[in-house]
Design a binder for this molecule. Structure first.
Ligand code: SF4
Length: 331
């Protein structure tokens, strides 16, 4: 349903160039959810905005539902965009419009009569549990209710794809769970395809079928959700996962791995592997040679020179030890 082929996005700021997304390829099957994780500055939001061409990629092709968006004319693109809904962290509702007015907004100019718009909006409000708030204004709603309005509005033009950019991040935990539950239910009922961006690993784990991990504009690991959590191969993924609190004695990384240093500037990213300045496994080769995203197991792709190293012994015991790995690399 969504296919990104070697997508890059560069921003020119004066004499400087920021490479926000670098050569990302991704395939998301219809009716599935792809989660993208990584800390801020990873390029997650820019990648989402490249899918509906709110940001036009500097290089690469974007194909949604069989149409190559990057090859469409302005008018064709506007039509196609109606099939791609988007929800954000800050809801982006019109303060001067009621809940009903906000949800009906995308239907303006669609040639529908007032009655037809009403027949469309009312079931959507019911779907998101806000039938009794139709006449309320955004200022009268809680954060969870505002996000429900945003979801109903995104569904008004019957999208096939929903891009969710930190849509649950501003909500408290219990409301977050309700919105995630709603998104999952909508996916099943409407056969939607999601690109789900979040820095919250637990949320992404719960909702996603597949996960991509981004660092400084690069996709560094992609695999099925269970595979990422049971056999992470990229050191950045291993460090990210180690930050999730666990009481599981079999957890792969029992100790939290604190990455050294700050995230480098995307204006002047490190040479070779962009992660080498913070990687606990880095060696001289990493400073010079950028790793390519390679399939190390069926459907499991990793961009690391050491991704194929065996990490589990014949009995299934995890062999990885951060301190040993660090010492070995320094020898
Ligand atoms: Fe670390 Fe080297 Fe792998 Fe990059 S290529 S993640 S620096 S071990």
């Amino acid at each position: 349903m969504i296919q990104l082929e070697h997508v890059s996005k560069r921003f020119e700021t004066g004499k400087q160039t920021v490479e926000a997304v670098k050569d990302v390829s991704l395939h998301i099957e219809k009716g599935t959810i792809a989660g993208i994780i990584g800390f801020s500055g990873a390029g997650k939001s820019t990648l989402a905005r490249c899918v509906n061409l709110l940001e036009r990629p500097t290089e690469g092709r974007v194909i949604v539902g069989g149409s190559e968006l990057t090859a469409l004319s302005g008018r064709q693109l506007r039509e196609k965009r109606k099939k791609i809904g988007m929800i954000f962290q800050h809801f982006n509702l019109f303060a001067s419009r009621t809940v009903y007015g906000n949800v009906a907004y995308p239907l303006r100019g669609s040639g529908r009569s007032k009655k037809e718009i009403e027949d469309k909006v009312k079931p959507l409000l019911e779907l998101v549990g806000l039938s009794d708030k139709a006449d309320a204004y955004p200022s009268q709603l809680s954060g969870g209710q505002k996000q429900r309005v945003a979801i109903a509005r995104a569904l008004a033009s019957d999208p096939e794809v929903l891009l969710s950019d930190e849509a649950t991040s501003a909500l408290d935990v219990s409301v977050q769970a309700q919105i995630i539950g709603l998104l999952k239910r909508l996916k099943e009922e409407r056969e939607l395809t999601y690109l789900f961006i979040s820095h919250n690993l637990s949320v992404v784990r719960y909702i996603s079928d597949r996960i991509g991990v981004m660092y400084l504009g690069n996709m560094v690991e992609v695999a099925e959700t269970d595979e990422i959590f049971s056999d992470p191969r990229h050191p950045y993924t291993i460090a990210l996962l180690s930050s999730i609190p666990t009481t599981d004695p079999d957890s792969l990384t029992k100790e939290r791995i604190i990455l050294e240093g700050n995230i480098p500037s995307p204006i002047k990213p490190p040479s070779g592997c962009k992660f080498h300045t913070r990687c606990f496994m880095a060696c001289d080769k990493c400073k010079v040679v950028p790793p390519t995203l390679t399939e190390v197991k069926p459907g499991h792709f990793v961009a690391c020179h050491f991704a194929e190293q065996q990490k589990v012994d014949a009995e299934g015991n995890y062999l990885f030890d951060v301190k040993v790995a660090t010492n070995q690399r320094k020898e």
